[in-house]
Design a protein around this ligand. Structure first.
Ligand code: SF4
Ligand code: MG
Length: 331
């Protein structure tokens, strides 16, 4: 069975400007959760939007392939893409309010979603809406169907958005920072819900987050993105317990809870931020911030090389091969 999502050498550009995402490859299989992490501005959300066919403005996929269940989606008509989107994938965004219509009841919105993709009666769509509210564990679902978004809490709204995203039994669910806008106790409940839906419905779940604790909690595999491409990926434990890319090490040690790797450079100590596409250095794009950089890093872009257990890293001098502490931090 082909992966439900297969992105290969994706390139996203904007007119004649430098590409924002390039050499981006990623796979999600049914029944697995993949955590896609990186600082904001790394291209995580753009990658997800391109899969949904939702790139805005003059942003465009200018290279590479995106396959859904083995089927290439580039070049499909808007109509076909819209259908595929409803049937094969659902997406959840950070702020549930933006995904909901403020002047429609919850029940009407979910039923409309169901009817947009399935040829069913009003009554059947209503039944399905009720069933979905139960599935996302919203209490008193009959009453809730008649409520408007503003009558619900943020957590309940996010449950409604999740219900809409899985309305047509998609094989792939993409969640972009789904808990960032919620308070901590609600965050945990939503994560738990997503994890249980993923198991029960055998979904492929792509969880986009900047929070490594979320990844450790829910993901099987992790993909670390920096400045538009993947710098490290592998099984969650392998990568988080033994990071090989200096950027991943920085992310881990920058965590507030990060007791990891005493003496390792903290990302907060590594000056600068994710460079804009037109400002990316030649050679390795992390070079300006990397405490391990050597001469070759300025001239030659490292390839993503896969090692044991599928643990891949894009670095000339992976961390676990360093014998000395980094000589100095980048300025
Ligand atoms: Fe640092 Fe060089 Fe590795 Fe890039 S290739 S992350 S600059 S050591
Ligand atoms: Mg984002």
């Amino acid at each position: 069975e082909p992966p439900i999502l297969q992105i290969d050498k994706l390139r996203i550009g904007q007119g004649t400007k430098a590409p924002i995402v390039e050499q981006m490859s990623l796979e999600v299989r049914r029944g697995e959760t993949v955590g896609l992490v990186g600082e904001s501005g790394c291209g995580k959300s753009l990658t997800a939007l391109s899969v949904m066919g939702l790139l805005a403005g003059n942003l465009k996929v200018v290279g590479g392939t995106i396959r859904l269940g083995g089927e290439e989606i580039q070049g499909l008509s808007q109509r076909k893409l819209r259908r595929l989107r409803g049937e094969k994938m659902g997406m959840i965004f950070q702020e549930p309010l933006t995904a909901l219509n403020p002047v429609m009841t919850i029940g009407a919105q979910i039923a409309e979603m169901v009817r947009a993709h399935r040829d069913v009666s009003r009554k059947a769509a209503h039944e399905r809406a009720l069933e979905l509210l139960r599935l996302v564990k919203i209490p008193d679902p009959e009453e809730r169907l008649g409520e408007y978004p503003h009558q619900m809490s943020g957590g309940m709204r996010q449950r409604v958005v999740i219900a809409m995203a899985i309305a047509c039994n998609p094989a792939l669910l993409i969640a972009d920072e789904p808990t960032t806008a919620l308070d901590v106790t609600v965050q945990a409940q939503i994560l738990e819900l997503l994890a249980s839906l993923q198991r029960e419905e055998n979904l492929g779940l792509l969880m986009i987050t900047h929070d490594l604790d979320v990844v450790r909690l829910v993901a099987d595999r992790i993909v670390v993105m920096y400045a538009g491409s993947v710098v490290e990926e592998g099984a969650v434990e392998a990568v988080l317990d033994n990071p090989r890319h200096p950027y991943t090490l920085g992310l881990i040690s920058a965590r507030p809870t990060g007791s990891f790797a005493a003496g390792a450079p903290r990302l907060a100590d590594i000056r600068g931020s994710v460079p804009a596409p037109e400002d990316r250095p030649a050679g390795c794009v992390f070079r300006d911030r990397c405490p391990y950089a050597q001469e070759v890093c300025a001239t030659t872009r490292p390839m993503l090389e896969t090692g044991q257990g599928g643990h891949a890293v894009r670095c000339h001098f992976p961390v676990d091969r360093q014998t000395d502490a980094p000589k100095e931090l980048a300025q």
